[in-house]
Design a protein around this ligand. Structure first.
Ligand SMILES: Nc1ncnc2c1ncn2[C@@H]1O[C@H](COP(=O)(O)OP(=O)(O)OP(=O)(O)O)[C@@H](O)[C@H]1O
Length: 787
């Protein structure tokens, strides 16, 4: 067991002046801070006057102030209460007692300095003894370390060098010394079980204590009182015991012989007290000097305090002083001794009392300990196993993160799908609304188109109401979407700060890519649905126009167009784009007032504000185009206004229509194929049955024309003309004019002029224009060829 070397802890307690001291005295102790005091400081009114004149120098007849600064473990000023001293200085000693260390607390000081007040207190204020015992009992009750506690107390006084038992009022008792220390012969311990019992014993002992009034203290204790608590701690497992001693000593106050006032018994008392205190002072001096021989045997007081001062003990000395200048010398001596006592070192060690148990007990104990050791080894293995599982735990935690990310993204995905579907639906309905307006316009312009128009209008229903409904829903879903996005961002932040950030980043990235592809998919679905809607409208418009507006001839041509390419065209994969072009070809090329709308207006029917979708949803709809719908091909936007391949222009009400090829198609493969189709249309029109019946050669001629690589208006007309001439020549050569260089009435190829039965002369009158020769078809020729 390690020995613990410690200095005696010395605290100074300054008591306030009593009534007597308050008059004509000054304070000789000034507390500077918690550990420092100044003894005999300068007086404030230390001024010296000579013949009424203030002198620079002091009164030489006056004593010089000591102004001694002294340091202690703690200095309590006149305002300090017993409880404060207890909590700061004594309570830690109680803990030491329960840990097996002997402890002593003794109050030192001159008579009337406040020793008894500190140790015993009074009716209003409990002293250190009762406070300590209460605390000790409380601590014992709290103890759960398998010890059983037995307490016994003794209360002695040393009066005139005689040791008396204050509890039994017996004595004098003899002191004996053995290897364990000083023993009071015939002293029996009184067992106690509660604080109340203890306080009763203390009161009893105090009442038995010798007290006599002195000059300074009316209730001066004329004896040294030693209160000892013996604590026996028994380990309930091993049966080992330890006995610890807590001593609390209230010393008698030193006094001058003069204060005995010549009373013999008081004089003897005082001499005895002074002798014992002198012995105590000597012991303190020797101990602090480190002397080997300590004169403990000089008095019974020092014999009893032997253990507390220089033995196996943790000691607290409370040096009591008055702040008054009356007991100046006593205060000085007390402080001087206290300062010396501070240097004393005690060696304390834990007290253990081995019990005389039989060998079998230790064998049994050893076996138990071996078992315990095995059990702890197993527990250790379990713990190691659990530690290795921590990695599994990390994996589980990481999985939880992944699950959270997946859940969050699937929610976003779902909501995004709903949101885009709602937007698409709204867009389609907005289209429909605009188309309804157009169809209504058609209906006004062409009353004959009533049936188709009305059917369409009635099929549309209350679009405004439906659109509003959808927009409300969209608003809600968008809000939901925003919240989800916010949650996602928070989760992303959490991921960044988590310890699995590196592992989870790819997971986040993957989910984001998935989201992006889902957007693309929805986008194409959206385009398909809008194309389908557009097809419907084209079809309807076509019917309306055909029935209401075109002449018989034109209707025939349109039908032919429809038969030969329009229907096929609609079936092709890129039908959306082509139909759109066709639509514009038919209606949007030039301002067509007849339809009650402009091409541009027509294009804008898809106007729809997309809004501020998240996750780059805004890319799905180009905001810069202000929501104008336009079909896209490979991400390349086609300008619908410029895609004009073929236009139908009204020539006259009588049915003479002119078909012309727009010079717009050059460049890309797609554009060329469009041009080719237009050429094909034209050729089909030119060779239509009504104009010239060359059915047998129709296919052949058709091929010839289509092989032509010249797409210009002029070249195409030339090719057609030449081709027809050749065909005519083959059939009836002499009836077809070789010189087909004359121009038509207009600067373009006129099917109408071919169809009408105008005299050839009239046609030939026209000089050759830059656009090529006019071609004449002789109906009679064609009829003959048929035969
Ligand atoms: N800190 C204090 N605050 C207030 N009063 C005090 C204080 N200390 C002592 N007194 C009072 O001073 C008087 C003397 O105190 P006390 O009896 O404790 O002195 P003592 O040192 O025990 O003297 P003696 O050695 O003669 O027994 C008592 O009336 C006590 O109430």
């Amino acid at each position: 067991m390690a020995n613990e070397q410690k200095n005696i802890k010395v605290v100074v307690r300054v008591r306030p002046c009593n009534q007597k001291e308050e008059l004509n005295t000054r304070s000789v102790v000034e507390v500077i801070d918690r550990t420092t005091l100044l003894f005999d400081p300068d007086e404030e009114d230390d001024e010296f006057f000579f013949r009424g004149v203030k002198q620079k120098f002091r009164d030489v007849t006056k004593r010089v102030n000591k102004k001694m600064s002294m340091e202690f473990d703690r200095v309590f000023d006149a305002n300090a209460a017993n409880k404060e001293i207890f909590e700061e200085c004594v309570a830690p000693l109680v803990d030491s007692v329960l840990n097996g260390y002997n402890c002593s607390i003794f109050a030192y000081g001159a008579t009337g300095a406040g020793k008894t007040f500190t140790m015993l207190g009074n009716r209003r204020c409990a002293g250190l003894m009762s406070l300590t015992m209460s605390h000790l009992f409380n601590k014992i009750e709290e103890q759960t370390n398998g010890y059983r506690f037995d307490l016994g107390v003794s209360y002695l006084e040393i009066y005139n060098e005689q040791v008396m038992n204050l509890l039994t009022k017996t004595g004098p008792l003899k002191l004996r010394e053995d290897a364990k220390g000083v023993i009071v012969s015939g002293l029996s311990l009184t067992p106690i079980y509660s604080v109340e019992e203890l306080l009763k014993l203390l009161t009893l002992g105090n009442s038995n204590r010798t007290q006599h009034p002195t000059d300074i203290n009316a209730e001066s204790s004329r004896s040294h009182a030693v209160f000892q608590v013996h604590v026996r701690m028994t380990d309930s497992k091993t049966g080992s015991k330890r006995i610890v001693k807590l001593s609390m000593i209230d010393l008698a106050g030193s006094e001058r012989a003069a204060s005995t006032k010549g009373v013999k018994s008081r004089f003897k008392e005082g001499a005895s007290i002074n002798k014992s205190l002198l012995a105590l002072g000597n012991c303190i001096n020797k101990l602090s000097d480190g002397s080997k021989h300590i004169p403990y045997r000089d008095s019974n007081l020092t014999r009893i305090l032997k253990d507390s001062l220089g033995g196996n003990c943790q000691t607290l000395m409370v040096a009591n002083v008055s702040m008054s200048s009356l007991p100046y010398e006593d205060t000085y001596n007390t402080l001087k001794y206290a300062g010396r006592a501070k240097r004393i070192r005690t060696t304390s060690r834990q007290n253990v009392l081995k019990s005389n148990l039989p060998k079998e007990f230790y064998i049994k104990k050893l076996n138990e300990l071996i078992e315990e050791n095995d059990r702890l080894k197993r527990a250790n293995t379990d713990l190691e196993h659990q530690t290795s599982k921590c990695n599994t735990f990390a994996a589980t935690e990481c999985n939880d993160w992944c699950y959270r990310i997946n859940a969050s993204f699937s929610e976003i995905l779902k909501t995004q799908k709903t949101l885009i579907a709602l937007q698409n639906q709204t867009k389609i309905l907005t289209w429909r609304k605009s188309l309804k307006a157009i169809v209504s316009g058609l209906f006004e312009t062409f009353p004959t188109a009533q049936r188709e128009s009305l059917a369409y209008i009635s099929s549309c229903g209350d679009l405004d109401k439906e659109i509003n409904k959808l927009m409300d829903k969209t608003k809600c879903v968008r809000e939901e979407f925003k919240n989800l996005y916010k949650g996602w961002q928070e989760m992303q932040d959490d991921v960044q700060t988590s310890q699995y950030a590196n592992t989870l980043q790819p997971c986040l990235k993957n989910q984001f890519i998935c989201l992006h592809y889902a957007q693309q998919l929805l986008r194409s679905e959206h385009l398909i649905s809008t194309h389908t809607e557009l097809l419907k409208v084209i079809d309807l418009s076509y019917k309306v126009i055909k029935d209401a507006y075109l002449t018989k001839d034109q209707r025939y041509h349109i039908e032919a167009l429809q038969q030969h390419f329009y229907v096929d065209l609609l079936k092709t994969e890129d039908s959306g784009q082509n139909n759109f072009d066709l639509m514009l070809t038919m209606f949007g090329n030039q301002n067509n007032d007849a339809f009650g709308c402009e091409g541009e207006k027509f294009v804008q029917i898809g106007e729809f504000a997309v809004g501020d979708e998240l996750f780059d949803l805004d890319r799905l709809e180009d905001k810069t185009s202000a929501g104008n719908y336009s079909a896209e091909t490979n991400g390349e936007k086609t300008n619908l206004h410029k895609t004009k391949l073929l236009s139908v222009q009204e020539d006259n009400v009588g049915g003479n229509s002119t078909f012309l090829v727009s010079p717009a198609s050059t460049g890309s493969h797609w554009e060329k194929s469009k041009a080719l189709k237009c050429k094909s249309n034209l050729v089909t029109c030119v060779l239509s049955k009504e104009l010239v019946d060359i059915s047998k050669n129709n296919k052949k001629l058709n091929n010839v024309l289509l092989r032509s690589k010249q797409f210009t208006h002029r070249n195409l007309m030339q090719t057609v003309a030449t081709g027809l001439q050749k065909e005519n020549r083959k059939i009836v050569p002499n009836r077809v004019l070789k010189n087909a260089g004359s121009r038509g009435p207009r600067d373009r190829f006129s099917c109408a002029s071919l169809g009408s039965r105008q005299p050839m002369r009239a046609l030939n009158n026209n000089p050759d224009g830059p656009d090529g020769p006019p071609v004449r078809f002789n109906r009679a020729t064609s009829l003959r060829s048929k035969k």
